[in-house]
Design a protein around this ligand. Structure first.
Ligand SMILES: Nc1ncnc2c1ncn2[C@@H]1O[C@H](COP(=O)(O)OP(=O)(O)O)[C@@H](O)[C@H]1O
Ligand SMILES: [Mg+2]
Length: 269
């Protein structure tokens, strides 16, 4: 359904993504891991055409999406919703309106300026927020919410677009372990229940192992691993992260698993 063939992105002399190729047969839950600067964000941004590739092709259902222009390009961008580490909400606007902004490229500028939303859109936004467990936050300003709640609003905004693909760029990097788990659980559930393809950049190994069906490891712009979480051994991880023998898994952990251990201990005592 999707394949990247020899995709390269250069910024001047620097090659951010270097002849990357991979194929997705079905809408899985894909993790992309690698240390900072490996090219993870650039790869996601090329998929949704926020960044232009220098060469190569990306086929979605047989069509090269790297060549799309104008209305076709915008339609494609509507199909792949993006979730960012910093949530990118409008802080002073209420939560429901933030969610409805997911429909932005389908609405007139005037209606948006005056914040006029059809009843059906409002109902839908509240339903999506309800699904994510935060419907009661709908009238509040986005900035009044915790980080974990704000990221769920961002996920709701993405769902409002009814996208085929969700691209999440380190969605839990700014969250504490408990909220990280809530947000990852929400993304996984959306994948399982809706059958949407999720591609999620993660800088931590434990999260990738726990949530993803398939993990792609990047180093210096290249894919150096592509396999199942089970194949992602400590030795393989050391290679992806370019660490020496002192490499410790804890250094790349969000400690979601340790959080579970802490819960287990609490339950026992
Ligand atoms: N807009 C840009 N201009 C110049 N260099 C960039 C730009 N975006 C990314 N890079 C460079 O490309 C490389 C890969 O960056 P990035 O994709 O952000 O990696 P990651 O998300 O894995 O941390 C880095 O060396 C980064 O400095
Ligand atoms: Mg990045």
């Amino acid at each position: 359904m999707f394949s990247a063939n020899n995709v390269t992105c250069r910024f001047g002399a620097r090659t951010a993504v270097d002849k990357v190729s991979f194929t997705l047969e079905r809408p899985g839950f894909i993790g992309i891991i690698g240390r900072s600067g490996a090219g993870k964000s650039t790869l996601l941004r090329m998929i949704n055409r926020l960044t232009d590739a220098t060469s190569g092709e990306m086929l979605w259902e047989g069509r090269d999406i790297l060549g799309l222009k104008g209305a076709e390009k915008r339609a494609w961008q509507g199909q792949c919703a993006m979730i960012f580490q910093q949530f990118n909400l409008v802080p002073r606007m209420d939560v429901a309106s933030n969610v409805m902004h997911g429909l932005l490229n389908r609405r007139s500028t005037l209606a948006t300026m005056f914040n006029l939303w059809p009843e059906a859109d409002i109902t839908r936004a509240i339903d999506i927020l309800d699904r994510l467990g935060i419907a009661e936050q709908a009238p509040k300003r986005a900035e009044a919410l915790s980080g974990g709640q704000q990221q769920r609003v961002a996920i709701a905004r993405a769902l409002m677009q009814d996208p085929k693909i969700i691209l999440a760029d380190e969605p839990i990097a700014s969250l504490d372990p408990m909220n990280a788990q809530i947000v990852m659980d929400a993304l996984r559930r959306i994948h399982d229940e809706d059958g949407r393809l999720v591609i999620c950049n993660l800088h931590t190994l434990d999260t990738a192992r726990r949530y993803c069906d398939r993990v792609i490891g990047m180093r210096d712009g290249r894919i150096v691993f592509d396999g199942s979480p089970e194949q992602l051994t400590t030795g393989v991880a050391r290679d992806i992260y370019g660490a020496d023998a002192s490499f410790s898994e804890a250094a790349t952990s969000t400690s979601i698993d340790r959080l579970d251990d802490a819960y287990a201990e609490q339950m026992l005592t």
